[in-house]
Design a protein around this ligand. Structure first.
Ligand SMILES: Nc1ncnc2c1ncn2[C@@H]1O[C@H](COP(=O)(O)OP(=O)(O)OP(=O)(O)O)[C@@H](O)[C@H]1O
Ligand SMILES: [Mg+2]
Length: 246
């Protein structure tokens, strides 16, 4: 499927985003997430509350299995909480239907995962154009913007490469450009450099933080690396399902 056809399948009419820039970007209130494991119920998140203000960059740490991915999935409207409330600016997310949630997610949130999740059949440039085409941009405008973001990630010489022809660090740089190109209000990143060697991780992480700070958006970034966490504005820790400031 060509890039335009791919975008068309995923297109929905945009929603009107709240203009209240002073409201917190993301607000979780007493969010609980339980999983049913046979007879047993596992509480991964227990009444988790978190407020992220506009422009604030927050590190999320916790041992493996502590629930970082679960928290990001719920905050990113990919999973529903078992109880509790999620607000983005003044949208109360649990009151939205599936379509409205999808639209809010696309306009409001940029995601970066540990593994890049780029589309293998498209070039770096096309991967960054795609979210813009889905949002209704023209091909020419999407191309210009994708080139600009890839340039900011130092990838001007890799525009026509497909993901498998890129190094791990380059793949994550493309994924970061793709997450930010539609100018979301918040970046949610799940161990975005967890797959890279230490030196590359450090460089890519700093590039990502610079781009986030320069764009003025908020971020919630899960990491195992406390040194990287210290580069953010503050750190919260998940332990035993409870979230607290570190
Ligand atoms: N769909 C599911 N069904 C049942 N249990 C689940 C499901 N998803 C996650 N869990 C459980 O929730 C707990 C938290 O998992 P999660 O992936 O959120 O942890 P994490 O902090 O991201 O770990 P890691 O650092 O290894 O990525 C784990 O015990 C996991 O087994
Ligand atoms: Mg995880």
């Amino acid at each position: 499927m060509g890039i335009n056809a791919h975008a068309k399948v995923l297109k929905l009419e945009p929603v009107t985003l709240s203009k209240t820039m002073s409201a917190p970007t993301l607000q979780l209130e007493k969010v609980t997430r339980t999983f049913q494991q046979g007879e047993q119920e596992i509480s991964v998140l227990k009444q988790v509350s978190l407020i992220i203000q506009p422009g604030e960059i927050v590190a999320l740490v916790g041992a493996s299995g502590a629930g970082k991915t679960t928290l990001l999935q719920v905050a990113g409207l990919l999973e529903l909480p078992t109880a509790g409330s999620i607000r983005m600016s003044d949208h109360v997310c649990e009151q939205l239907d599936d379509n409205a949630r999808t639209l809010l997610r696309r306009q409001y949130i940029g995601f970066v995962y540990q593994f890049h999740h780029l589309l293998p059949e498209f070039s770096a440039l096309e991967n960054v154009m795609l979210p813009q085409l889905i949002a209704g941009a023209s091909k020419a405008a999407a191309k210009l913007e994708a080139e600009a973001f890839l340039e900011r990630m130092g990838l001007s010489h890799r525009l026509s490469h497909r993901p498998k022809k890129l190094s791990g660090g380059e793949q994550q740089r493309v994924a970061i450009a793709r997450a930010l190109v539609n100018k979301p209000r918040i970046l949610l990143a799940d161990e975005p450099t967890g797959n890279l060697d230490d030196e590359t991780a450090q460089t890519v992480f700093e590039e990502m933080l610079t781009l986030v700070r320069n764009t003025g958006l908020s971020a919630l970034i899960a990491t195992h690396n406390l040194e990287l966490a210290q580069k953010m504005d503050r750190t919260v820790k998940l332990q035993g399902g409870v979230l607290s400031d570190l």
